[in-house]
Design a protein around this ligand. Structure first.
Ligand SMILES: *Cc1c(COP(=O)(O)O)cnc(C)c1O
Length: 382
């Protein structure tokens, strides 16, 4: 069997291609002809299945080592479809620092359908166990959280789940299958906002789900086809193309991140850096044990720096939410990605107004560091 990087580039061998084209074709067809009324055909209608989307779905299933993959029109659509396997009366334990859109979908949408949620710090096994109720069906979390980079052990959550007959659902957006394969650690369902690293170029909104068992695959397929928020053939092809360079992009991003962290560590105007690659924390120990690397997102608190002036003066880092693409981005969580939280809520979850989050791209590290350096100088209060 080929190895990971080879699989990224070549995917699943298809027999669709009779032209010699090195890329799988984009089938822009919503419907597929029956040879005659008695025929059983593989494709009939493109919401139910499209060969271009299926190539991507098989590819992500292979990369995450799952039974089956499903591609959706956004990460949120993927999460919606995955959560739709539950029923009124079910209870889920969720990470207390999950993506804001996910929290909103759970608490403002699924709650109305009588699904209950308890948010806990999933790093704390005792808290997770204490939250289990007779109707608990699953634990849903992000192994690396945004923007504070809390790290939860997938193995520990799986252990608790298996003792209590619960499903484990992991949003693996921040790590990608290149850095962690949650199904191999015992999880049941993996979700991605493919908008981020899998796409990798800030030009497609997409989501994927990968299931571990045939039983879960059947449920997810039902959700996908019934709800219908499928990824278009064109966008499926863009995510496929993005995936081909996933590991090369990430290798550069990881190296750049390391260099930026080393630069920040030397400065007196940087108060605290949140990055699991820094030794000496439990986050580091877990990440070292369960992941291939520590990711390319970090956050830090500045001191004696006008934080707004700092980010406004960045030239190469663009001031924008999102992450995972070739270009470096900076944002102020308190004013941007987490703006809907009140000051007390921000404080409660540990997001200081002086916190800056970076999503590191593939540029030259020296240029990125020079940009941070000049903007810090301009924003200095001393
Ligand atoms: C962006 C993101 C999502 C939502 O995905 P969309 O593609 O924006 O719908 C979900 N989870 C995480 C961790 C994300 O970063």
């Amino acid at each position: 069997m080929s190895k990971f990087n080879t699989n990224l580039v070549h995917g699943i061998p298809g027999n669709e291609n009779k032209t010699g084209a090195v890329n799988p074709p984009i089938y822009n067809s919503t419907t597929f002809a029956y040879p005659d009324t008695e025929s059983v055909i593989r494709w009939d209608y493109a919401r139910s299945g499209n060969p271009t989307r299926e190539f991507l779905e098989k590819l992500v299933a292979q990369l995450e080592n799952g039974d089956r993959g499903f591609a959706f029109s956004s990460g949120m659509a993927a999460i919606h479809a995955a959560l739709s396997i539950f029923s009124p009366g079910d209870h889920l334990i969720i990470g207390d620092q999950i993506y804001g859109g996910t929290f909103r979908l759970f608490n403002q949408y699924f709650k109305r359908w009588n699904i209950e949620f308890t948010a806990v710090d999933t790093r704390n096994s005792a808290a997770v166990k204490a939250a289990i109720k007779p109707n608990t069906k699953a634990i849903y979390f992000e192994p690396f959280t945004n923007p504070l980079l809390h790290v939860t052990s997938v193995r520990k959550i799986v252990e608790i789940a298996q003792q209590n007959d619960l499903l484990v659902i992991v949003d693996n957006t921040f790590l990608t299958p290149y850095l962690q394969q949650p199904l191999n650690l015992g999880a049941d369902i993996v979700i991605h906002s493919a908008t981020k690293y899998l796409g990798g170029h800030s030009d497609v909104i997409a989501g994927v789900v990968v299931t571990k068992s045939k039983e879960l695959s059947d449920k997810l397929y039902f959700s996908q086809n019934a709800i219908g928020s499928v990824l278009s053939p064109e966008d499926s092809n863009l995510i496929r193309r993005g995936i081909q360079t996933l590991s090369v992009r990430l290798d550069r991003q990881l190296l750049n991140t390391q260099k930026i962290v080393a630069f920040l560590q030397k400065r007196t105007d940087i108060k605290k850096i949140n990055y699991p690659g820094i030794p000496g924390t439990s986050e580091h120990a877990i990440a070292k044990d369960e992941c291939k690397n520590f990711g390319a997102v970090l956050s830090f608190e500045v001191q004696n720096i006008d934080v707004v002036k700092f980010v406004n003066n960045l030239k190469l880092f663009q001031l924008a939410v999102s992450l995972g693409a070739v270009e470096s981005l900076a944002e102020l969580p308190a004013k941007m990605s987490h703006a809907e939280l009140s000051d007390t809520e921000l404080l409660a979850c540990g997001i200081s107004p002086n916190l800056v989050r970076l999503a590191v791209g593939i540029e030259d590290a020296d240029d990125l560091i020079a940009d941070l350096d000049q903007a810090l100088k301009l924003a200095s209060n001393s």
